[in-house]
Design a protein around this ligand. Structure first.
Ligand SMILES: [Zn+2]
Length: 269
């Protein structure tokens, strides 16, 4: 019997180890970056902890030797999994932008989306590293750069790192608009897209492969982007945002869909 792949290789030493299909439908995409030690960018919800452990083990990573979890923002589907990982490695550091740290440290059910969106509980978690914009963190022999891209949440960040000759940009949910309930700010979001349009990267890895809401436009935006597509996506989003179309996500995404359908996902195969 053919065994399903337990992870997806995005690039040499960069793997998607959790997402709504690989592990649990509540999980965002979590990525393992193999430096001198394993590092995680986001870690999923923890709903399929044992499955995640199995995926990590197949790549030589155990909770005890993970150097850091770099959280892209405070949402349950991205970072709640740290609770279970810390049962095995209590010292496991969590890095978050300073503007998103409090909801995690106080288990804010609203801001983390745990309660109202997922119907789950979240426990308070220590944030060890408060990231600020353009801060570089030297971890596991790699340099992770925090780029503050607020909008989806006040403390949303992108994480940029050079791995095996390519510059990888992890965007978390910063391409996803949000709601006032989680303190999303559309002016901030527009500014963040401008920031992203100007920065250099080779491969963009977003925080979701599929969204369970079933929005086909959104689904197209969730593929790994090549740099040219990423740039076009930012520019088109900006254009639509300037026209005031941001309230209608489908109107924004419909401009990107033809491009995404043509080019999106090419890097993941
Ligand atoms: Zn989010």
């Amino acid at each position: 019997m053919k065994k399903e792949p337990a992870y997806e290789r995005m690039h040499e030493n960069v793997y998607r180890v959790a997402d709504s299909e690989l592990t649990h439908h509540y999980d965002s995409s979590a990525y393992l970056v193999m430096g001198d030690a394993p590092a995680l960018v986001d870690c999923g919800s923890g709903k399929a902890h044992n499955k995640l452990l199995g995926v990590l083990a197949s790549l030589g990573a155990r909770p005890e030797n993970i150097a850091v979890v770099l959280g892209t923002h405070c949402h349950y589907d991205h970072i709640a999994g740290i609770e279970r990982l810390r049962k095995e490695n209590p010292a496991l550091p969590l890095a978050l932008h300073e503007a998103d740290a409090a909801p995690v440290e106080t288990a804010d059910s609203e801001r983390t989306c745990a309660g109202w969106f997922f119907g789950e509980r979240i426990s308070p978690q220590r944030v060890d590293i408060l990231m600020s914009s353009r801060q570089s963190l030297d971890i596991a022999g790699l340099t992770f750069e925090c780029i503050h891209t607020p909008g989806h949440t006040p403390g949303s960040v992108c994480v940029r790192v050079e791995v095996s000759g390519k510059t990888i940009l992890f965007t978390g949910d910063c391409l996803v608009p949000g709601s006032s309930r989680i303190m999303s700010d559309y002016d901030d979001w527009r500014g963040s897209l401008e920031t992203l349009a100007d920065i250099d990267f080779d491969i963009l890895l977003p925080g979701h492969k599929h969204l369970w809401m079933g929005d086909p436009f959104l689904a197209c935006l969730m593929q790994p982007f090549s740099k040219p597509l990423g740039r076009k996506a930012f520019k088109l989003l900006q254009k639509n945002l300037r026209r005031g179309h941001w309230r209608n996500a489908s109107a924004v995404y419909s401009h990107i869909m033809p491009l995404a359908a043509r080019l999106g996902g090419a890097l993941s195969r």
